[in-house]
Ligand binder design. Sequence first.
Ligand code: GCW
Length: 834
Amino acid sequence: MRYFILAMFVLAVPGRLAAETGSAAWLRYAPVEAAVRGRYSALPAHVVTVGDSIVLKTARAELVRGVQGMLGRTLRAEAELPQQSAFVLGTFANLAPILPGVGFPAHLREDGFVLKAWRLHGFPSLLIAAPSERGVLYGVFALLSKIARQQNIAALDEVQEPAAPLRWVNQWDNLNGSIERGYAGRSIIFENGRVREDLERAGDYARLLASVGINGCAINNVNADPRILADDFLPQLVRVADAFRPWGVVLAISVDLSSPKVIGGLETFDPLDARVGEWWRRKAEEIYRQIPDFGGFVVKADSEGRLGPSAYGRTHADAANVIARALAPHGGVMFYRAFVYNHHLDWRDAKNDRAKAAYDNFHPLDGQFENNAVIQIKNGPIDFQVREPVSPLFAGLRRTNEAIELQITQEYTGQQRHLCFLPSMWEEALDFDLHADGESTPVRDLASGRAFHRPLGGFVGVANAGMDANWLGHPLAMANLYGFGRLAWNPDLQAGTIAEEWTRLTFGNDPVVVRTVATILVESWRIYESYTGPLGAGTLTDILGSHYGPGIESSERNGWGQWHRADHEGIGMDRTVATGTGFVAQYPAPVARLYESLQTCPDELLLFFHHVPYTYRLHTGKTVIQHIYDSHYEGAEQAEELVRQWTGLKGQIDDERYEAVLARLEYQAGHAIVWRDAVSNWFYRMSGIADAQGRVGHYPDRMEAEAMRLQGYVPFDVVPAENASGGKAIECAGLQPCAADFRFDRPAGQYELDVQYFDQNNGASTFRVYVDNRLVDEWVANGSLPATKPGGDSSTRRRIPGLKLRPGDEIRLEGIPEGAEHAPLDYIEFRQGK
Ligand code: GCW
């Protein structure tokens, strides 16, 4: 009883917001505030659906659910057009005969819709009509989004259509349930080599996708396990298709080109061998017999160790076409990835350039692909780096369908531990004018197929949502999935608009919340860029491992081709025609001119296209080396500023999501300093040029762990050295517990103490901090960072605020190792006045 009263009390506290896990994402349908509810009082109380397909049923149920949640009203479903005001849902074909006066648009793209206020039998009604059933569902979501964002919907008369027919996500899920480059838990589709028994979350995912107009999902890793095409797998795929179907999301799979041989029993997978063609034909037939609305296949071939047509001296067109022809009679689409390159490039040859690979491989084949084949091109010529120019291949295919592949999962952009709102980056890529044929041809028109009047085209987002309740790990990362869908629907949208829409739907309409969150989002990409990968040099991360923390040299002297070519004199890849790899020539002339010349090449891409000395002056007037130092310091400060901005929202957002975001932002601010120090120290060592502001290499507020008095703890070298302060740290590998202590020798006052330690994923050490034998903090390093040793991936900050310290105080750090994690410590730093 006591608990019950307590619970009532908690619920009754005015203004207290109910905890949310984030699982509802942007489809919360939170009650519309009383002050604006009047805006919707005239909405109909009835809903009629003309037609009874499964997608129409979903549309109606969603409308009922949304109106119930937001306005607290239960819509009555009617079988016939009532003699009172109603929501009327249906396709043009079904509605036109019974609503003769309406006049639906004659040429609306598939999946488009109409929202229209209409007097029906004299009663004010609302039509949600579309050429296809899926369009009706999209219309419902659009209407509900307007209500959630408190928009006025009286006198609605709106027509929307998508920019392109193909708006898909790819999941890189493995059949064992892991996800390649996934940062939010296990697969929602697979488990232990099979499709999960419980596909409820897969259905919820399809609902989220549909709500932003995404109409296809390829569910498995492009590094495809051939077993996905095995006979006994098909019934499992049928179940996934069933889970997606109510939401108009078609199921697709990634397939391995060698399947006819590996699981088909043929001795070859040569795309020009008639038996191979026959195998794909039968396979497609078998699939469509059981999944009539199957979407198609995605293929990664001759890339990163995958087998491909080169095994038989065939072309990518041969490979794509043999499968495309098998899919064509059923309306299936064949996505063939342009991410084909040699990862054993000789780095000693200054003419070698991975950036050239996609164009070199696919441009010569333009016009040779079947009409249902689509070349899926990553936005940049390298690989989802924090900053790249757009791929020249977008302009290099005119008689071939193409789609742009964007990465929602933040492989190179902080892995959902750092905030990085990617629509800001995508907007720039989509707006970039490649001037194919001298005409204006922004990437969005090339990818959508509009520029060259292609039958197919579109947008593919690598999403990698997982079992984490909030789908992507970082609560704010969902803005990337939302933003991808919105841009695929309408690539003219601005990142700021998307950020605002998403914030309203996700956190409500409070103006301070909307302004703060949208600002944080919009600034986050540049902030992330500024402390990671400067001036187009690429994300300076551990290329050979996690792709997460700093790993500045890891890109060099190996065949992966993500080189920045920094040495003692300068940095950058010379990709010019005059003196470099000649990559620039792959762009149409106006763009090539822009990048070829140092005068016109934008600073932010300078090092992508040119090799320059550290003393080279940017358009801003700064030298390259000083820019590297400054941007890393500014970026780390801005990351700290994000924390401050967020804390201003305490109480305005439910505690659960507030705390979840705060924890990530605080972690990010600490890790931004790890990045800052690693990059700036590495470049200081390389260039020998000091920071004009005297920051790099000088840390007056720091006490290195190896400089403390150690009991049990032993110093060791961290490799690479720049990933730990002073290149060294201490670990407790023998007798435990271990301790490190020293006497405080600064002026008395209030301090904030930052303890920099390493949090590996192969142990959970305990740390304790004492001041004069008084325990002031204790924590367990049990995060899940991608690291099994101390270094840039695992380096983590613990902040202890509000410590009163006097000279002579003994500060002692105690570490208790667990598993393979030896309670490693790097340094502590004092900040006064906090
Ligand atoms: O960015 C790289 C990733 C690989 C990925 C590959 C690709 C699925 O590091 O994990 O493989 O791209 O896009 O095929």
